[in-house]
Ligand binder design. Structure first.
Ligand code: GLN
Length: 178
């Protein structure tokens, strides 16, 4: 069973892709929804709004515990921001929000992700990784900026694969979930 954090943002498209890959999916809105999940997706959206939802539902500690349990996590765009040092503190990095421009402008790009291959993504007011500790492996770049990282069981990307019809990262997640 794969969970998709469903407080706000683009969770439905992630759930759809996971179902197409044959996974059972549960939308996560309260801490109990995290029980017995094999993997978790943190979708994109708006990290300020998502932070309010996490606080309201008391999901901060349960989400940290889930990541610390070693089960695979895929975070996309605002999902990556949610995991950084300034938010849940799961990833030893700092994201620069809206780094590719403050306008709600978007672009699509192919990103070469080390160990996975070329992945297509939509960048919508996307962050990049501004600074990262030694335990964070940079896996992909756009214009010289880090937009994909792995830290242990967590894979985080600055873009939306789910809006580009890209299922490669979800396939990896489902495979890692076993
Ligand atoms: N700009 C958003 C934020 O700061 C992230 C955008 C996205 O997830 N597409 O939270």
């Amino acid at each position: 069973m794969v969970g998709v954090l469903a407080l706000q943002g683009g969770f439905a498209a992630h759930a759809q892709i996971l179902r197409e890959l044959g996974a059972e999916v549960r939308e996560v809105r309260v801490p109990a929804d995290l029980e017995e999940l094999d993997a978790l997706v943190m979708p994109g959206g708006e990290s300020t709004t998502m932070t309010l939802g996490v606080e309201r539902e008391g999901l901060g500690e349960p989400l940290r515990a889930f990541a610390a349990s070693g089960r695979p996590v895929l975070a996309t765009c605002a999902g990556m921001i949610m995991l950084d040092r300034d938010h849940l503190g799961v990833l030893d990095l700092r994201c620069e929000r809206n780094a590719f421009g403050r306008q709600p402008r978007s672009f699509e790009a192919d990103v070469e992700i080390e160990g996975i291959g070329v992945v297509r993504g939509v960048f919508i007011r996307a962050p990049w990784v501004e600074e990262a500790g030694d335990g964070v492996e940079p896996l992909g770049h756009v214009d010289g900026h880090v937009v994909a990282v792995r830290q242990g069981n967590v894979l985080a990307v600055a873009f939306h694969p789910e809006l580009a019809g890209e299922s490669g990262l979800h396939r990896e997640l489902v495979a890692a979930a076993g």
